[in-house]
Write a protein that binds this ligand. Structure first.
Ligand code: ADP
Ligand code: MG
Length: 376
């Protein structure tokens, strides 16, 4: 364990944090202009930062490669940076592309968001940089502005065609609330989610697997959705109402129809989930989660044996509902569990993984936590 001083030789100007997230429901809807319902995790990326005047970016991460990466801000361009440093460097590049006159800095990162587990460690890393730069340069940018710049960094600089959910969740979620987000116009609403007051827990199960096809498949699925929307003459799949789904499916090629079925029913599930949260009927969220998983598994086909097993084992052991969260092909599962059954559900998932010969999953409970912020 290092600290800023030992890496960079002086004290930082400040320390910032930005969280990872789990999405309750609304998966693969954000790049279809649809709806999502994430909460921020208590797990976050922290950044200690001090600006530099010589145009250099010096980056160190406790989860990095054991080296300081030194980059010239002027020379930043897509493809110019390798490895983990492209996430933070991409944000500095994106700010400059948007016309903000930002320069170099010494940065030190430490994150307890599990990486590559579908919990958005990448967005946490981007958003903590964006937030620190906004504060240090006094930039006139809202949280949503920073989220969009961070997404632009991940799309154009890192080269991952993600939607805007992860960055919006990290920037805009708040303690005690789920974030209802319309990804078309970024309209947002905080909905109270005090599960403990209802005797409920949200259990996160990190399967610790990430299958290789994840990155390519994501881009293909996104392209498939855009093609389907174009064939249907719609700006985005969000514009297809559930009543029009059956007719639309008849007009679509076989390989695109199930994608559309998932996106349209998933948007409807977000709406259903939000109504339940507004009514305080938290336990009724369970079946909506499980239905969402079935749709991801059977229609969108982004689940995998490990996430399917975590879901079925949790539900069989008495969870009210469960689903994979994040892009899929591995990653994490969330399960809504009554307080008295938490230990049992966790044990059942572990036993099922052991019996299947899978690596031991990592499990923890999550409460809706704070979005990006300055710590000191
Ligand atoms: P997820 O966002 O679901 O965790 P991604 O594949 O999008 O998965 O992002 C994971 C990548 O983000 C890691 O491979 C690494 O390059 C980078 N990353 C995230 N957090 C850190 C960190 N604390 N230090 C260095 N790199 C990090
Ligand atoms: Mg990510």
């Amino acid at each position: 364990m290092t600290d800023f001083q030992s890496v960079h030789g002086a004290a930082p100007t400040g320390v910032w944090a930005a969280p990872g997230r789990v999405n309750l429901i609304g998966e693969h809807t954000d790049y279809n202009d649809g709806f999502v319902l994430p909460i921020a995790l208590p797990h976050a990326a922290r950044a200690a930062v001090r600006l530099r005047t010589d145009g250099l970016l010096r980056l160190w991460s406790e989860q990095g490669d054991g080296q300081v990466t030194e980059l010239e801000v002027e020379g930043l361009a897509p493809g110019s940076v390798e490895g983990w440093a492209k996430y933070p460097a991409g944000v500095v590049w994106a700010l400059r592309e948007a016309g903000h006159p930002v320069g170099g800095a010494d940065l030190w990162f430490d994150s307890d968001v599990p990486g590559g587990a579908g919990l958005s460690s990448s967005a946490a890393l981007e958003c903590v940089v964006a937030t620190a730069y906004r504060d240090l340069y006094d930039l006139p940018l809202s949280n949503a502005d920073l989220a969009q710049l961070a997404q632009f960094a991940e799309n154009a600089f890192v080269g991952v065609p993600c939607g805007v959910m992860d960055q919006m969740a990290s920037m805009c979620c708040s303690e005690g609330n789920a974030l209802v987000l319309d990804t078309r116009d970024l309209t947002q609403r905080q909905v109270p989610l005090d599960l403990a007051a209802h005797g409920l827990w949200l259990l996160v199960i990190d399967t610790r697997v990430k299958h290789d096809l994840a990155d390519g498949a994501y881009a293909e699925l996104r392209a498939g959705c855009e093609k389907a929307a174009a064939l249907l003459g719609l700006p985005a799949l969000r514009d297809l109402a559930p009543e029009g789904l059956a007719g639309a499916l008849e007009r679509l090629p076989e390989e695109l129809a199930p994608l559309v079925a998932h996106v349209v029913t998933e948007d409807a599930r977000v709406e259903q989930a939000v109504a339940l949260l507004d009514a305080g009927e938290f336990a009724a969220l369970g079946p909506v989660l499980t239905a969402g998983h079935a749709s991801l598994r059977d229609d969108y086909r982004v689940s995998c044996p490990e996430t399917d097993l975590a879901v079925s084992a949790a539900v069989e052991a008495g969870a009210l509902g469960a689903r994979m969260t994040g892009g899929g092909f591995g990653g994490s599962v969330i399960a809504l569990v009554r307080e008295g059954l938490l230990t049992e559900v966790e044990a059942a998932v572990r036993a099922a993984f052991a019996a299947a010969g899978y690596a031991e999953p990592r499990t923890f409970t999550a409460v809706p936590s704070a979005g990006a912020r300055r710590l000191s």
